[in-house]
Design a protein around this ligand. Structure first.
Ligand SMILES: *Cc1c(COP(=O)(O)O)cnc(C)c1O
Length: 398
């Protein structure tokens, strides 16, 4: 009974556990960090400028503002829009909570639009249906790294005078219809948490082509304080002079983090290529399995993939997602689920959000598991994951 699932007492497909994500650092990354540690600046130094220039080169954006994390990037973007009490921001429930929380930080209300049931990205038709007089911005998440339908969303936002913020936490390196993510939406935010494609430990960034947003992002990042004479209330009193012209935060990134990220970004194309190979192996294996649904990719998106979603066709299986997840774990394939619909959380229930808002998102949540996907996976690791999925679907097929 070699094909008995481990959870039923069989042998697991592998002895060593594999997890859903892992950062990849090499000697160049270690050296980059040590170089900064030995330099004059640990923060507010030249590495930040160098990093921002590099991000502009990669994304094609005019301006980049590095910051402490992806959540801060979203908060800064909401501040730059001028979002506040009485305003609404439309986003997707299939995301990390921060995409919606940025509205709450500034006193605005998040509104959840449903997803496209095949791509799992926010559905532009659903966005349009939720636009009302209070709507001021849309936060569209490039879920799993695949670009949202940017052209349609830009058109909708233009037509209704809304700001499009793209949450690119998953999509650094993705290109939409020839234009890199970061250069298309009004503002694009990134995260450099270790589970993301490139990392600075903690880190984030906002990209924009709009000088007005750029100035507001700089203020939001550093206490609302400026040395830019054009923003001051009076002539500087001397070379030491600065003014706090707004209320901002300390959302700065350190030069240590920037040094690491510059080095990581040198490997972005290498990461993208390997992630693509793994996704292609998964797709071609799972397309043949009755009981598994493969995520649809739109042709405009040349995707740098962050997550791989295994979607179970539960009508074809005798077990549910929880049981499948546990059975994979017993095979030593340790997965995750991205994401619990944001409005399911108790904090959102307290604010009046109820189950049933977004049927496509809720259906996806019941059926999905995030499989291991990261640069350092070997071909054997990929084969083990495929073998485990095959074994379980075979055994539990109706
Ligand atoms: C990771 C993530 C964030 C938050 O980024 P942090 O750097 O962890 O603050 C925001 N949105 C999405 C979609 C994410 O995956």
């Amino acid at each position: 009974m070699s094909n008995l699932p481990a959870i039923e007492g069989g042998r697991p497909v592998r002895e060593k556990k594999i997890y859903y994500g892992h950062q990849y650092l090499d000697q160049a990354d270690y050296d980059a960090v040590v170089e900064v540690l030995k330099s004059d600046y640990l923060t507010c130094g030249p590495k930040i400028e160098e990093l921002e220039k590099k991000i502009c080169e990669i994304t094609g954006a005019k301006y980049a503002v590095a910051c402490s994390n992806g959540t801060a990037a979203l908060h800064m973007a909401a501040m730059a829009v001028g979002l506040g009490e009485g305003n609404e921001l439309i986003t997707t429930p299939i995301t990390f909570a921060a995409s919606a929380n940025c509205a709450l930080y500034v006193g605005a209300r998040p509104v959840f639009a449903d997803i496209n049931p095949e791509t799992y990205n926010i559905d532009p038709d659903s966005v349009e249906a939720y636009i009302g007089p209070a709507t001021k911005a849309v936060v569209a998440v490039d879920y799993t790294g695949q670009a949202v339908e940017l052209d349609r969303l830009m058109d909708i936002c233009k037509k209704h005078n809304l700001v499009l913020i793209e949450d690119g936490a998953h999509s650094m390196g993705t290109i939409y219809d020839g234009r890199p993510v970061g250069s298309v939406a009004d503002m694009t935010t990134f995260s450099f948490h270790p589970v993301k494609t490139v990392t600075s430990g903690e880190g984030g960034c906002v990209c924009t082509n709009n000088e007005n947003y750029y100035k507001k992002l700089l203020l939001a990042r550093s206490h609302g304080i400026t040395r830019d004479a054009s923003l001051m209330s009076k002539e500087p009193e001397g070379p030491w002079y600065y003014e706090q012209v707004d209320l901002g935060y300390n959302y700065r990134m350190t030069d240590i983090q920037a040094g690491l990220l510059i080095s990581q970004l040198d490997k972005l194309q290498m990461f993208k290529k390997r992630r693509r190979e793994i996704v292609d192996s998964y797709n071609s294996a799972f397309e043949k399995i009755d009981g598994i649904i493969v995520q649809k990719e739109i042709e405009q998106s040349d995707t740098c993939r962050h997550l791989y979603i295994l979607r179970l066709d539960l009508k074809k299986l005798k077990i549910d997602r929880r049981q499948f997840f546990d059975a994979l774990g017993a095979e030593n394939i340790c997965c995750n689920v991205h994401y619990i619909p944001v409005y399911y959380f108790p904090h959102y229930s307290k604010l009046g959000y109820k189950k049933g808002l977004c049927p496509n998102a809720e259906a996806l949540y019941e059926e999905m598991i995030s499989l291991p996907l990261y640069y350092g996976m070997t071909d054997k690791d990929v084969e083990d994951v495929i073998e485990a999925v095959n074994k379980l679907v075979d055994y539990y097929h109706v």
